[in-house]
Each structure stands twice: as C-alpha cells, then as structure tokens.
Write a new protein. Structure first.
Length: 382
C-alpha cells in the first residue's frame, strides 16, 4: 500500500496487521502501525464516523491535507511560551537562581587564592533550592544559562541544576532530611576542582588531547583537597559526592577506580544526575541534547557507567520523555510534556498547543497518552 493512498473501511481485511499508520482525513492516526484488524476495531472506527483512511506517515498527510501547516521554526519559536504557560518553564525561582549563581561565582573565584568557601552561605542556597522544589511532582527543568559562551559560567548553572535534581529525587525516595541537605551541598560543590584546571583547557572548542583529558580527570581530587580544611563542617555525604561523582559501576571511572558496592548509592545517583545535566546543557564543543535523548544515552550505559538499579529508579521518576519536552504527536499535534501520566514511561501527559488544524491556542488541551489508544509521541523537538 503506497504512501498517501486513500482506502475505504470496507478494504480492511479481518485478521491482517497494518504495515503503516492509517490516518483519518484530519491527519490523526486512527490505526497505528502493527495493529491487528478485528471486528471490534472496525466497529469502533465506524462509530467514529470515519469514512476513509490515508496510508502513510502523518508528516506526509500534513503536507497534503494541511498545506498551511506552520514550519517547525515557527512552532519552535513558541515552545518557551508553551512551557511557561504549562507552569514548568523554570526549575527554581529567579531569585534563588540569581542568589545561587552569585554565591557560587564568589566561591569558585576565591579558590585560586586559597580562600575557603563560606559553608553557611552555601547551606542557605541549599535551603532556598529545596524550598522551591518542595511542591514539584515532576523533576525540575535545567535553569536558563546566563552565558553559555563561557564554560565556567555553565559549570555554575550545572551545579544549581544538580542540587535541584538531587534534592527532588531524594525527596521522592523519602530520604532523611540530613541526607538530602548533605547531598545538595555536595552537588553545589561537586565541580569545585574544575575551577583549579587551566582555563584554556576548559574553554577549548576542539576535542581534548589525552594529556588534557588527564588534567580534567584530576578535578574530583583537586576539589576534595581544596575543601579538606572544612571537612569538619562538610557532611560526609557531600565529601563523597565531591570526590567520587565520576566513579563508574564497572570500575572504569576516576579518580579512585571504585566499582559496584564500593560506591555509595547516593554517589551513584550524583553521577547519573551530573551526566544528565551536562548532556542537556551546551558545551564549547557541542550543542545541548534533548532531555529524552539524554535519558537514552544514560540507559545505553546502564551496568557500565551507572548502577542499574539506581538508574532504573532515576528513569522511573523522570520518565522517558522528561517534563518540559516539546513533542510532536502521531496526530501531528504539538505540545509540551507536563507530567509522567499513569500509563508508563512512554505515555506521559501532554498539553497540546497546536491543534490538528495547526492553529496555536493559548488554552491547551491536556491529553493523557496512557488513556489515548490512537495518539503517541512521534518526535521530540526539544
């Protein structure tokens, strides 16, 4: 059956399986690929007053049935507004974000002069971050970078992201408050040693040489050593995260080459969150990846870089399509993921802003894909 072929309901043969999506004349997927044709399905299609179907992808249908569909560039330009209207555009308040940036910028700029951080002020940042995420039911989004042209600035933003995500995940795990506070402090300080690495290496836009990579791999040890005079004021959980957040399940991490149960569970979680926040943030040598693609990258390294059970818990709480992901549905509607939904990792709740007729609406339609048998996520935009 060629793409774009118009077929009648009476042409569907009982017992066969569809080899491509069959769409109604509005461009919605009426029968997804791989669906068995049953009498019950035919009855449901007829009750929906569907008189004809089109074989092929919804993007093909949209270009023919909906010639005035806006370009992806136009849709993409509205994503930030869509996220904001869904109430999920930021992970923490602007005030907390600015305060955290200012404190960390002072903390890290003082390091080369051997000036120790003000732990009391850093603990105040932790308090503010935890206060902002207290009522969140889905993981916080990364903060909006002030200047990703400067890599050291992005490290500060990543530290705030990591603290927010550590706090949220540990709260969802019902961890004790002292553990949560210690882990968040460790997250804020986890990349302390990066600010003791020569700046020309950090800002290099090209691939690093082996000697330069070895310098980068020193940063957990450098950070731990720089903060060691404060060990009586920094909880052990924070010190562990600072030193071991790049240790791997299979023992191929750094700097201690620990593996498996030699690494505390909360340190395994810090490694996952650190890599996740790094992936969804731009770097001098690459652009940011979508949260969905970042999750797929983490899953691919399960059992090697990451502890399987800890990663499984992270993904179960986050979803395969994290909150804030801009998605195109099989029906060609465009929306923003606003929650995990009840149907599983791949069927979140979505606020749809571009209707099937591709008009932008300020009032979204909320869809739980776990309860909608005819729509699914076809593509992640951002």
């Amino acid at each position: 059956m060629s793409q774009g072929t118009l077929i009648g309901i009476d042409q569907l043969v009982l017992g066969t399986t569809t080899s491509c999506d069959l769409l109604d004349l509005n461009g919605d997927v009426a029968i997804p690929t791989g669906t068995a044709i049953t009498s019950e399905l035919l009855s449901r299609i007829k009750r929906a007053n569907i008189i004809g179907l089109i074989a092929g992808r919804s993007d093909f249908v949209s270009s023919h049935v909906f010639p005035n569909r806006p370009s992806l560039e136009v849709i993409s330009s509205r994503i930030s507004e869509m996220q904001w209207r869904s109430g999920i555009a930021r992970s923490i308040s602007r005030e907390t974000e600015k305060f955290g940036r200012d404190v960390l910028a002072r903390t890290f700029s003082d390091l080369p002069g051997n000036k120790l951080p003000d732990i009391q002020t850093l603990e105040l940042v932790v308090e503010k971050v935890l206060h902002d995420i207290e009522l969140m039911r889905t993981p916080p989004l990364p903060v909006q970078g002030s200047s990703y042209h400067v890599f050291l600035d992005s490290l500060i933003d990543d530290s705030i992201d990591m603290a927010a995500l550590m706090g949220w995940h540990l709260r969802m795990m019902d961890a004790p408050e002292d553990v949560i506070h210690g882990a968040c402090l460790g997250a804020l300080l986890h990349d302390t040693g990066m600010f003791l690495i020569p700046e020309f290496i950090l800002e290099k836009p090209d691939s690093l040489k082996r000697a330069e990579i070895r310098e980068i791999h020193k940063h957990p040890y450098l950070g731990s050593r720089a903060l060691s005079p404060l060990n009586d004021r920094i909880p052990k959980i924070a010190r562990d995260i600072i030193l071991m957040h790049h240790e791997c399940e299979d023992g191929n991490g750094y700097p201690l080459k620990r593996s498996g149960d030699e690494i505390p569970q909360y340190v395994h979680l810090s490694h996952i969150i650190d890599d996740y926040t790094a992936l969804v943030s731009p770097r001098p040598h690459r652009t940011a990846v979508t949260p969905h693609r970042a999750i797929k990258c983490l899953v691919r390294d399960s059992g090697r870089s990451y502890n399987r059970e800890v990663l499984k818990g992270f993904v179960n709480r986050t979803g395969m399509y994290p909150q804030g992901s801009a998605v195109i549905l099989s029906s060609n509607e465009v929306g923003v993921v606003i929650g995990a939904g009840n149907g599983g990792l791949f069927t979140p709740e979505v606020d749809v802003y571009f209707s099937r007729h591709h008009h932008f609406s300020l009032t979204p339609q909320r869809i739980d894909l776990g309860k909608d048998r005819f729509r699914y996520i076809q593509r992640v935009m951002r």
